[in-house]
Structure formats: C-alpha cells, structure tokens
Ligand binder design. Structure first.
Ligand SMILES: [Zn+2]
Length: 271
C-alpha cells in the first residue's frame, strides 16, 4: 500500500514567523529539524498502520526544506522547485492514501501564517466554497481517486479539515495565537500525536473516501492587487471578473488546478 505525504512547514509545532520558514532566516534550521521530526512521525505511523512504501513531497516554498540525511530511511523524498504540480507533484492514481503534515488554514483565516500558495492570493473560491491549500490539494487527490486520510496543523485548519474531510484523522500540534504566534505542543508530543493519527488513518483505510471535486468546477482567485489579477488573466481560458478577481472554468478539475498554478505563477512578483 502506497502512502504519499505532502509536507508543508508553517503548520509545524513551534513555527510561528515567516523568518523561521525562509532559508537564511532566524531559526530556519530549527524549523527544518521540527518539520522533519513531524514528517518522520507520519512515516513511522504510516508503516505501523500497514504502508508498504512512503513517498514524501517537500511542499514548502523552495521545496528543498527537508534534510535528507535526517529522513526515515524507509521513505523516498521528492524535492526541488519549481514543480508543475507543486504541493501535489508526483501524486497519481497509483497512490493509495495521502497525508498532509505541517499544513495551515486558508489565506485570510486566523491560522498561524495563513496563506494560499503565496501572498499574492487573498482568497480562492471553488464553485461557491472558500478553499485553501488543503482544499485545493485534497480535491486534486480526489480527482485521482486518492483519499486524504490524515492532516496535522493548528485548530483553525482542524475546522477546515473537519468540514472537508470528516473521515480523516487530525493531529492538532498547536493552537494559533494570532498570525505570528502559536501555543505549541513540545516537539516530542506533537510527533507522538502525528504518529498516532497517521497509524490510525492508514489502518482504517477501508472507510476513507476520496473528496470528489464539484462537477464543472469554477475557480475564482482574489488577488491582493489589480496588477496581479491583470497578469493572471493572461492564463488561457481565464477571465477577469473584477479588478482583483480572475475566474477559470473547465469540466476537469485537473485543468482548473493547472490554471490556478499558472495564474499564481504569473501573479507572483507583481507587487
Ligand atoms: Zn503552505
């Protein structure tokens, strides 16, 4: 049974500021250590629950965050950027289950370091439902028939996860205390909670469900300035519906996801 882990950093216990998430920033090396500790806990839990292989996708920022020499030797790591599929690169219908570690809630929410892919994005609406990284990625997995079965992060993301993925196990490793603060479990306790949730989730795979994307999905991205929306609308098939908003519709969710990646890439760098 193949398990895929999408590993982000901002939702890791103890991580509470941008400088902790950026190469060269203060305490970045501590954040990397905390992150790989949580990823290893998820790997260990997955194997205890019955996984035969674990594929980890480094899903944070430049995607060269996880130190390979500290990774559980039973797992494989995909790192590097840009990856067309970004946080879900390498995911396919061959994968049985997906786990999300170090995740945070959507842009505009009170989650610690909340954002959606990057800071050009103010909000994303998928066929009337506000979504963040968890939703965008879980629908992508669902379009391939892959269930998301375990998520870790703060209490704001927990509510998002309960809403989207009521079958999934959740490891709450911290309590958001404003955008730049968090009340965290000690690393060892956070890792124990993740290992437990991952093991249970993999063990209970028979009752897990892929999240089906809406039929004829319609995605609207609200950018933070009109220049970003202007260049994002260059994406073929995209339509600018308001000074800050760009819409994209397609029968296939995978195309909507590609358009989202394209729009955000185009918008980036336009302050
Ligand atoms: Zn993120």
């Amino acid at each position: 049974m193949r398990v895929y882990i999408s590993a982000d950093m901002e939702g890791t216990a103890g991580v509470s500021g941008w400088e902790m998430c950026e190469p060269g920033g203060q305490d970045y090396e501590i954040s990397r250590r905390l992150m790989v500790g949580e990823v290893n806990a998820a790997i260990a839990g997955a194997f205890s629950g019955g996984a035969s292989s674990v594929f980890v996708n480094d899903s944070h920022d430049g995607m060269r965050t996880l130190p390979l020499d500290q990774l559980d030797p039973r797992a494989e790591l995909l790192s590097g950027s840009p990856k067309p599929g970004s946080m879900v690169e390498g995911l396919s219908g061959e994968v049985d289950l997906m786990l999300c570690t170090g995740y945070h809630a959507m842009a505009g929410s009170p989650s610690t370091l909340a954002h959606t892919y990057n800071l050009t994005v103010q909000a994303v609406d998928l066929s009337g439902q506000p979504v963040g990284e968890l939703g965008l990625n879980a629908y992508y997995a669902g379009s391939l028939g892959v269930p998301v079965v375990m998520v870790s992060g703060d209490q704001v993301l927990e509510a998002e996860a309960q809403d989207l993925l009521p079958w999934a196990h959740y490891a709450r490793v911290k309590q958001a205390h404003g955008r730049y603060g968090a009340l965290s479990l000690a690393a060892a306790s956070a890792q124990a909670a993740i290992a437990r949730a991952a093991e249970q989730a993999v063990r209970e795979r028979a009752r897990m469900q892929p999240l089906p994307p809406p039929a004829n999905p319609e995605l609207t991205v609200q950018f933070t300035n009109p220049g970003q929306a202007q260049v994002a609308a260059v994406c073929p098939g995209a339509e600018r519906t308001a000074p800050l908003a760009v819409r994209f519709r397609h029968a296939q969710y995978s195309e909507v996801f590609r358009a989202f990646r394209t729009m955000v890439s185009l918008a980036s760098g336009n302050r």
